[in-house]
Design a protein around this ligand. Sequence first.
Ligand SMILES: [Zn+2]
Length: 113
Amino acid sequence: MKKCPVCEKGELIQANDIVSEIEGHHFVEKGERCNNCGEEFINEKEGQGIIDAAKRLGIWGATMKLHRKLSKSARGTVLRIPSDVEKEMNLKGSENILISRIGKNKILIEIEE
Ligand SMILES: [Zn+2]
């Protein structure tokens, strides 16, 4: 059994219905989902397939929406940045960020240079 690296409580269960959305295009991928916190993990091969498909459609680099679940820690609500975004933006995890609330249900996160 694989333990979830996010909540460290749940187990990772095989899932074939993980949805990513890029510019209104939905991609369904195989991966694993935590049975406790709901965090989803796409295997690298599947992730690469989506990137290739997005490039073919000419939408790669466009606004990419990834469905993620917030989780709760003792210090508050936690949002994990998807690893592909982290890699592409070369995030080190120590950046200062600006968080703005936009309207009713949007949050904008800006990396301070
Ligand atoms: Zn978990």
